[in-house]
Design a protein around this ligand. Structure first.
Ligand SMILES: Nc1ncnc2c1ncn2[C@@H]1O[C@H](COP(=O)(O)OP(=O)(O)OP(=O)(O)O)[C@@H](O)[C@H]1O
Length: 451
């Protein structure tokens, strides 16, 4: 299979030679072919130089001595599979006795230099088997998502990882997420990718955008509910809590009939309910969460407390009711007041774009992956959209979402507007789609004369 794939790449490269103007895929296939050949030719010597070999087994030495043959040399991990990809190569290695996955992880930088590649990463697949992903160029410089994506309900391909694989936002595995980043770091583009990815799915989108709705209101056709100021946001969040309680009642009602039946599956969340009565899942997108948490007066403080309480309740109980939170902000720490760290603890998926100080990076990763903090601080200001994505397992990746303009996102939302579900509990917050008067008209209007 591997040789077949290499042959396909070589034939594709040769076919490209016949063309005068060579397309990008031609240069990619040439690069991948060279990288494959280079890795295969140098494999044993590079592994030996990087300390990834073990001495030959005793029985081999004895056999060689008895047969009067040359003494066998040290042995590198056995290649189980070599697959050329669009961005480089993937090697699956069977470790030799005495080696572990950490040995390979610790030498990835040496392997990168020795094979002359752009990036090398490794991960353990199962006991004794390690996958080494090699990229021939900086895949995050100009992000191009692969044509074939593994899209499933509530699992959205949202960005590319530095090893060339796709980064998915999987709401069923990681229900709630927090996206941090300084101003102009790429949070809105990341959120736009999420909305565009969710638009074709059977899901209700709820938006809270206290920047007067500039980010989410253009996408209104695909939203079931929108709020553009903290007062409406409070009503919307409390309506969502009521909706959540109704969904729990529905799950309870379904459980009652099956408790006595030994083999029947008992519903524990919305996904266990029969499809015909299952409530539509809801993704709540909050842009600039600090706008909900800051206050200047006593009344605003009361409102803020109710908003944070509703958000904490949704984060604690929402998953089973099919309500998922996606919170965005520049900072998200205890300086935003009571309840914020409690809310943050429930947001398992963490994404940090460029941040201006270590404290902001700590808000995203300090409690889950301390080495990701350093990676987040090191994101250069000129590569907007570059981010570190981690979760509570402590693993993290450098990712970048493909650039999507607001116009493209609006077009996708308009195309899928017919999929916007009606959620009765949120009907009062359904955005009215009407022509907005031009800002120029409004600003140039003379103020009415007052007595
Ligand atoms: N993935 C990306 N690839 C290329 N350019 C990007 C990417 N993400 C963001 N940018 C560019 O960076 C700029 C800022 O992006 P964006 O508006 O998403 O930042 P932001 O963090 O939301 O800023 P603010 O907090 O001020 O709203 C935009 O001009 C956008 O084109």
């Amino acid at each position: 299979m591997t040789w077949f794939m290499v042959a396909v790449v070589v034939v594709a490269a040769a076919a490209g030679l016949l063309r005068w103007r060579r397309p990008a895929w031609y240069w990619l296939s040439i690069g991948v072919t060279f990288a494959t050949v280079r890795v295969m030719v140098r494999y044993a010597s590079v592994m030996d130089a990087c300390g990834l070999t073990v001495p030959p087994a005793r029985w081999r030495l004895t056999l060689a001595r008895m047969a009067g043959r040359e003494v066998p040399g040290p042995r590198p991990p056995r290649i189980l599979r070599l697959s050329p990809t669009r961005t480089g190569l993937v090697l699956r290695l069977k470790l030799r006795p005495g080696q572990d996955a950490f040995d390979v992880a610790a030498t990835t930088d040496r392997l990168r230099h020795s094979f002359g590649l752009y990036g090398v990463t490794s991960r353990e697949i199962r006991s004794g088997v390690v996958e080494v992903r090699m990229t021939g160029y900086d895949v995050l410089k100009r992000v191009q998502m692969p044509a074939r994506l593994d899209t499933r309900p509530m699992r959205i391909p949202v960005a590319l990882r530095e090893d060339g694989s796709v980064h998915y936002r999987d709401y069923r595995a990681v229900p709630h997420g927090l996206t941090l980043g300084a101003t102009e770091s790429g949070k809105s583009v990341y959120q736009r990718n999420l909305v565009a990815g969710l638009a074709p799915h059977h899901v209700a989108l709820v938006g809270i955008d206290c920047k007067q709705g500039v980010e989410l209101f253009p996408l209104a056709r695909r939203f079931s509910a929108l709020a553009d100021n903290p007062d409406i946001a409070l009503e919307l969040l409390e309506a969502l809590v009521t909706h959540m309680e109704e969904v729990y009642q529905l799950i309870r009602a379904e459980q009652r009939i099956s408790v006595a039946v030994p083999d029947a599956k008992i519903a524990a969340d919305v996904w266990d309910l029969p499809e015909d009565i299952r409530p539509v899942p809801v993704v709540v997108l909050v842009d600039e969460v600090a706008e909900l948490a800051l206050y200047a007066t006593k009344d605003e403080e009361k409102r803020r407390d109710r908003i944070i309480t509703a958000l904490v309740r949704l984060a604690q109980l929402g998953r089973a009711a099919g309500i998922y939170l996606e919170i965005c902000g520049q900072r998200f720490g205890s300086e935003l007041g009571k309840g914020i760290t409690m809310l943050r603890a429930q947001l398992t998926g963490r994404t940090a774009h460029r941040v201006n100080d270590e404290t902001s990076a700590n808000m995203a990763f300090g409690d889950i992956a301390p080495d990701a903090v350093l990676a987040a601080v090191q994101i250069p200001a000129e590569t907007r959209g570059l981010a570190i994505a981690g979760d509570s397992t402590g693993g993290w990746h450098r990712i970048r979402a493909p650039h999507i303009s607001l116009r493209e996102a609006v077009n996708i939302c308009n195309k899928h507007a017919h999929r916007t579900p009606d959620v009765p509990a949120l009907a009062a917050f359904r955005p009215a789609i009407e022509a907005v008067p031009s800002a120029r008209d409004r600003l140039s209007k003379t103020a009415p004369a007052t007595a």
